[in-house]
Design a protein around this ligand. Structure first.
Ligand SMILES: Cc1ncc(COP(=O)(O)O)c(C=O)c1O
Length: 472
């Protein structure tokens, strides 16, 4: 054995103890860390001829990189849609690396049981029926791509073709329609060979949700023989809005289309008794995407693809040479996903869902939404800002309280750069009806009212000079 590897082997317990100490100190110091320090990229180092050993590598990492690691898992990081890490999820994730299982999901293996059981926990969380088959993938983009591949298999089957066996050549393209859908879904459509062309349906006034009457008119007007994939949005990135899934589910009874729901983060709303009634229609979907690394507060990376057409999924993703038939009862999980070898991504989800249960997650969701409403009230009370959306989820979208034509994207960026430099909180640029906007997204189990107070005070502080400079 290579000498340095042999020495590390002998010191394994010591190495892990140091990792544990670092972990505790990181978690203790996280609330006072600069939330998102700017990192100046450095020259890339080369591979050493002789190995340094784990302790020297750890030391290099702590000196060169650790100070610049953003506290994106902490309670005041409000950028993008970034979840935190619950204590149980972190424990589960460490065990995932410790046990290092390849989650092929073969019959007779414990990884298959863990993944299937975790999918059941996810179905229970969202009150979904048992006929949704589910597997874990790396993120919502891959989940959506998996869904679109199943949808194309469904579309091709309507004219007697198997897209997975014969490809898409010569087939008529299915229609794809949506409201304001995330870029990830265009990417998924492109990867699935369907293409990015999406018919954009009219939105309800001042909202990012599709007008159900416009959807019905569109459905009534089109050739019913032509397959249609409809992508419903449960949580839009800029304003956290959601399509009326109950109305869409009613339309699905009348018209034939594949309903995919992008619930990458907004899917979480269905776990709260307070909001679940808005999303009963979720149960009528053909496929659902939900990230675990967002509002579920599980470490990167992970998402589920829930699909009620496992036969189409098997035909599309099996590792076998040919699969024109139905899914065999005992199909291994790797026959149902884009990957071959797979990390046991289910385990941290299993830990956190069992640890906090339906009530714990409903509480997390409702607390984040009510803190968003609180942030929204502060926006409304401030002379510097005005709200762009009515807070309906975990996103607040707002802008300077000035005429629209005076606010340039560079003004918003200047505020965000100042905010990042101040280090109390982090937000990124949003866009509402094409206009640059400030936005905050709350997805962390740790966020408390005091974090919102501190973050909002910093936002106001960083906006005043820009506001004064550009006001009429
Ligand atoms: C609504 C929505 N869909 C899809 C995605 C893509 O998710 P991922 O980065 O996990 O692939 C995101 C990411 O923010 C999102 O907000």
């Amino acid at each position: 054995m290579y000498e340095m590897l042999s020495q590390d082997h002998a010191k394994q317990a010591q190495i892990l103890r140091k990792v544990y100490e670092d972990a505790v100190s990181f978690l203790e110091q996280r609330p006072s860390r600069t939330v998102a320090p700017f990192y100046q990229e450095q020259t890339l180092r080369h591979l050493p001829q002789q190995g340094l050993g784990a302790e020297a590598a750890r030391k290099l990492f702590s000196e060169d990189y650790l100070p610049w690691i953003p506290a994106s898992s902490g309670g005041r990081y409000f950028g993008y849609v970034i979840g935190g890490v619950t204590p149980a999820a972190l424990a589960g994730d460490w065990y995932t690396s410790l046990y290092d299982q390849n989650a092929f999901g073969h019959p007779g293996t414990v990884d298959r049981q863990i993944e299937a059981e975790t999918i059941q926990l996810v179905r229970d969380l969202l009150d979904l029926p048992k006929d949704f088959f589910g597997v874990f993938v790396s993120g919502a983009t891959t989940s959506a791509m998996t869904a679109m591949v199943c949808a194309r298999q469904w579309a091709a089957a309507q004219t007697g073709h198997s897209a997975s066996e014969e490809g898409l050549y010569g087939l008529e393209r299915p229609d794809v329609a949506s409201g304001l859908t995330h870029g990830a879904n265009y990417k998924a459509l492109s990867m699935a060979g369907i293409g990015r062309k999406v018919h954009a349906l009219p939105l309800l006034p001042g909202r990012e949700a599709v007008d159900p009457a416009a959807l019905e008119a569109y459905l009534a007007d089109r050739d019913p023989q032509k397959p249609l994939i409809y992508i419903a949005n449960m949580g839009t990135a800029s304003s956290g809005d959601h399509d009326d899934l109950n109305a869409i589910a009613e339309l699905k009874k009348k018209y034939n289309f594949w309903l995919h729901v992008d619930g990458a983060f907004g899917g979480m709303m269905a776990c709260s008794p307070k909001y679940a009634g808005l999303f009963n229609g979720l149960a009528e979907a053909d496929s659902i995407t939900m990230d675990t690394h967002k509002w579920l507060n599980v470490p990167y990376d992970g998402a589920v693809i829930l699909c009620r057409h496992p036969d189409l999924q098997y035909q599309s993703f099996t590792n076998a040479l040919s699969a024109s038939g139905a899914v065999p009862n005992q199909a291994s999980h790797y026959h149902m996903t884009p990957e071959g070898s797979r990390r046991l991504r289910a385990l941290p989800v299993w830990f956190t869902l069992l640890a906090y249960g339906k009530e714990g997650y409903a509480d997390l969701c409702e607390r984040n939404v009510s803190l968003c409403e609180y942030y929204g009230q502060k926006v409304e009370a401030s002379p510097y800002f005005r709200l762009l959306n009515q807070v309906r989820g975990n996103v607040v979208c707002f802008t300077l309280n000035l005429p629209e034509d005076r606010i340039a994207q560079s003004d918003i960026q200047e505020i965000l750069d100042k905010l990042q430099a101040e280090g109390v909180t982090y937000s990124n640029m949003g866009s509402f009806y094409g206009k640059p906007a400030l936005r905050v997204c709350l997805t962390n189990w740790m966020t408390e009212p005091a974090d919102v107070d501190a973050a909002f005070a910093s936002m106001e502080n960083c906006s005043k000079a820009v506001f004064d400079r550009i006001r009429p």
